[in-house]
Design a protein around this ligand. Sequence first.
Ligand code: MG
Length: 382
Amino acid sequence: MCKRVAILGSTGSIGRQTLSVIAAHPDLFKAVLLTANSSVDLLAEQAAAFGVRAAVICRSELEGRLQTLLAGTSVKALSGMDAVCEQVAAEDVDIVVTSTVGFSGLRPTLAAIRAGKTIALANKETLVAAGSLVMKLAAEKGVGILPVDSEHSAIFQCLQAAGDNRVSKIHLTASGGPFRTWPREQIAATTKDMALKHPSWNMGNKITIDSATMMNKGFEVIEARWLFDTPPSKINVVVYPESVIHSMVEFEDGAVIAQMGMPDMREPIQLALSYPQRLPLDNKKIDFAALGSLNFFEPSYENFPCLGLAFKALEKGGNIPCAMNAANEVAVAAYLKDKIGFYDISDVISRTMDAVTFIADPSEEDIFQTNDLAAEISARMI
Ligand code: MG
């Protein structure tokens, strides 16, 4: 039976790799819906090549262009976030890959969960901003959330070996980003061009900056907290630059199960689509002798304050992680325009977290309001 796939954010790095997985297994997967924020030309090209039912461009002013590009094909060309939310709930969608960037992924993800669709979660900001809400709704609807993030896919795989046994620790591996070994003063003087050179993963701009600040790892701590219902005290971040171990789970007897593979996002994407089955993949396999040794380090909370901010946000709970995420989006966008420096990012986030009104048990509306308010506060600060 063919699994029918919707991809939110098909023109980004994860979206494109999802399409390559689908193309490699046309008998098993069929893309039925693609959405993109603004890359209208690529969206039209993908939609036509994969013969999807519908393509949605989020920026409504681009709908005319999408229609022109798709004229003469059978693809329905639509625009706007309402259309994304409506289409994702359509009857012919079995699984939704949420590979959009940032908070904007939350609304369509909630819509998909409400419609009972399985989620292949790549948009970690969804769980950072609204983890409690999302997990509760998914449980209510009996919807499975399969992690696409490499670390969480790894933990998910390691947990298959857990049975009924208690996990004593999750070891979340971090590459450490491009500034792992640099002194703080040198990091402070870096520009976006240096931050955009990630040593092991080739990703979109926003997540690459998040990796350089280690905010990405902070997000992943929060993501793990919700996906695996694990208290933050049981989540240990360990820097491991080789990025071949994707994460590990430790049991009470000290046994540690690790999941390994060469860094290639098609592996966790494909597993999320084919789960519980594993399919062949034309990726590079591990050559252990060539790898030689594995090197682990303590992360520097001093040089990468965003990581500590994420633990602080989790500890405070409520709407604070949502505020942290909003501030980060605004600060990273400003950093990418050379408006602020590297450590201004964590300063803006920290001060925004302190400035928003705390809501202990935020509703969906509270989350959207907190996001807007926190974005406004940080923009003013910048
Ligand atoms: Mg990751």
